[in-house]
Design a protein around this ligand. Structure first.
Ligand code: GLA
Length: 562
């Protein structure tokens, strides 16, 4: 069969991106043959802070270093958080960015607040914010000076002294920038401040801001609560969407207490349309990003308030499962993301990055909720609710807009007691390298039902699942099953190049592995202990020579449940 390479490559990319969604650590790493244990996991927050992404305000995107960044502004924001219901909606931190200090430390080496901007000092502002039941944040740089060209003192070499000063102000959150770092190793600089904050004894959320330079997502979870993943956002569509693209693949690194930070919100600053700001706010929520308002709420429009306080979208961001959403498809700028939520719901966003209105569709298979009909859907911007019994979710989406649904799937089918053929049981998620997985047939690569009887090295099987690497099949076990036995191998119709590794996972644990099998190998019998498992995942990956003709048969799979 002749394959269209570009389509295949695109599909492969989509599958690899989507895999972490279906089985948290059965992701790209597992497909690449890496140890499952080594894959990043969403561990609990080590110190109980930032269990959900921080929400609040930071002045930078609104004021930069201008004079309108001052005590009146900060107090005004705190007032509006309460009076406009933003505090009730979850916004908590009122944070100062660069330019709050004077260019020089005092004789004792302490930072000094700019007396024009903050005539009563920083502690007075912190007290004001605290009196409203809110939290207070501050900024400095892991360098000799901060980032603004005016050059305010940074904390490099002053970590203990500055951390102590911040704690004495009552600071609850520190954004720690990266300018003028003198080439000192990022891990050292950020760890020194983390230790200094810890030594104060005051719980302080630690926000690393090195713009992704050191790939902090790979190392900073034990010392910080969030890390910038990109350079600075600007108030325009291209900046915002490019940052989203860079932050989206980092989903496996986020989790309670340790978040990817694609920078603060521009919503309301005037450089984007309302549809673009709704896309911005939706994507940040799908990505479990911190929601730090970056506009001057004292002059914000009703529309800005309504975007920033949409409770349904905020609930997606703040969902306690803390799983960053992933891209399941990107067809020329028509982007589908899915985010698994704590109660089993899925948030699904359909973003149109193109210049004209387009229909964007996805399937319940791609979302990991197949065979859970009927699904309840709520459009989180229009609030229109509906019920769907088909496997397709689809909407007409204007240019640069996003439609986002919260989907509540129907009850999970439980496998029957006794021993059943797995091919008679509905899967809950299916991703496949080429065409759909076939029941009781080999993989025909294209339409459903186009394979033949599964055949491995001359043995013909009546029952089986015909897959094509790379891919996964997931099943709900509900902790009721004990065992899967199966013969695996490359189907005889893969004449020359087929080579596949078959792996079986009980939840996140690998419980069987075939090693590499090629067209010349006989079927290998695998037995997997599923006792206590909630989810069964069957994964097929390329055996090392590319995914050409990787027709992967799970032959005669028998599931035993109680
Ligand atoms: C850097 C940061 C910004 C902001 C400015 C302040 O550019 O990335 O978020 O804090 O510094 O100077």
């Amino acid at each position: 069969m002749h394959k269209v390479r570009t389509t295949l490559t695109r599909r492969l990319a989509a599958i690899l991106t989507a895999l972490p969604l279906l089985a948290p650590t059965v992701g790209a790493a597992a497909l690449a043959g890496a140890s499952v244990v080594a894959a990043p996991t969403a561990a609990a927050a080590p110190d109980g802070q930032a269990v959900v992404p921080p929400m609040g305000f930071n002045n930078w995107n609104s004021t930069h270093c201008r004079a309108d960044f001052n005590e009146a502004m900060v107090k005004g924001i705190a007032d509006l958080f309460v009076s406009q219901g933003l505090k009730a909606a979850g916004y908590q931190y009122v944070n100062l960015d660069d330019c709050w200090a004077l260019p020089n430390r005092d004789a004792a080496g302490n930072l000094v607040a700019d007396p024009v901007r903050f005539p009563h000092g920083i502690k007075a502002v912190a007290d004001y914010v605290h009196d409203k039941g809110l939290k207070f944040g501050i900024y400095t740089s892991a360098g000799t000076k901060t980032c603004d060209a005016a050059g305010f003192p940074g904390a490099l070499g002053h970590e203990r002294q500055d951390a102590n000063l911040f704690a004495s102000f009552g600071v609850d959150y520190l954004k720690y920038d990266n300018c003028n770092n003198q080439g000192v190793d990022a891990r050292k600089r950020y760890t020194d401040m983390a230790n200094a904050l810890h030594a104060t004894g005051r719980p302080i959320v630690f926000s690393l801001c090195d713009w992704g330079e050191s790939k902090a997502w790979e190392w900073a979870a034990p010392i910080g609560h969030l890390w910038r993943t990109t350079g600075d956002i600007s108030d325009n569509w291209f900046s915002m969407i490019n940052i989203a693209h860079r932050n989206q693949p980092l989903a496996p690194y986020a989790g309670p207490g340790h978040w990817n930070d694609p920078d603060m919100l521009e919503v309301g600053n005037g450089g984007m349309t309302a549809a673009e700001y709704r896309t911005h706010f939706t994507l940040w929520s799908m990505m479990s990003a911190p929601l730090l308002i970056g506009t001057d709420l004292r002059t914000a429009s009703a529309e800005t308030f309504s975007i920033l306080s949409n409770p349904d979208v905020i609930a997606v961001d703040q969902d306690p499962l803390g799983k960053q959403g992933t891209v399941v498809a990107n067809n020329g700028g028509l982007v589908v993301m899915v985010k698994e939520l704590a109660n089993g719901d899925r948030a699904v966003s359909l973003t149109n990055e193109t210049g004209g209105t387009a229909t964007i569709s996805t399937t319940t298979d791609a979302l990991g909720i197949a065979n859970r009909s009927p699904y309840r859907l709520k459009d989180l911007w229009t609030k229109v609710a509906s019920t769907n019994t088909t496997g397709t979710i689809s909407a007409s989406v204007p240019s640069h807009a996003t439609v986002v649904y919260r989907i509540t799937p129907g009850p999970v089918p439980v496998p029957p007691a006794g021993t059943s053929h797995l091919s008679d049981i509905p899967w809950t998620g299916m991703l496949n390298g080429w065409g759909p997985v076939e029941k009781d047939r080999s993989n025909g690569e294209r339409a459903a039902g186009d394979g033949r009887a599964p055949t491995i090295n001359g043995t013909v099987y009546a029952k089986g699942l015909g897959a094509h690497a790379p891919g996964t099949l997931t099943y709900h076990l509900g902790a009721r099953c004990t065992r899967l036995t199966v013969d695996v191998g490359v189907d005889d119709e893969s004449t020359r190049t087929g080579s596949v590794t078959f792996r079986i996972y009980r939840d996140d644990i690998k419980v069987a592995d075939s090693g590499v099998l090629t067209t010349s190998d006989p079927a290998r019998a695998l037995t997997a202990d599923l006792t206590g498992g909630r989810t069964l995942t069957l994964a097929v990956t390329d055996g090392g020579n590319g995914i050409d003709y990787d027709h992967a048969d799970w032959a005669n799979p028998r599931l035993t449940c109680t």
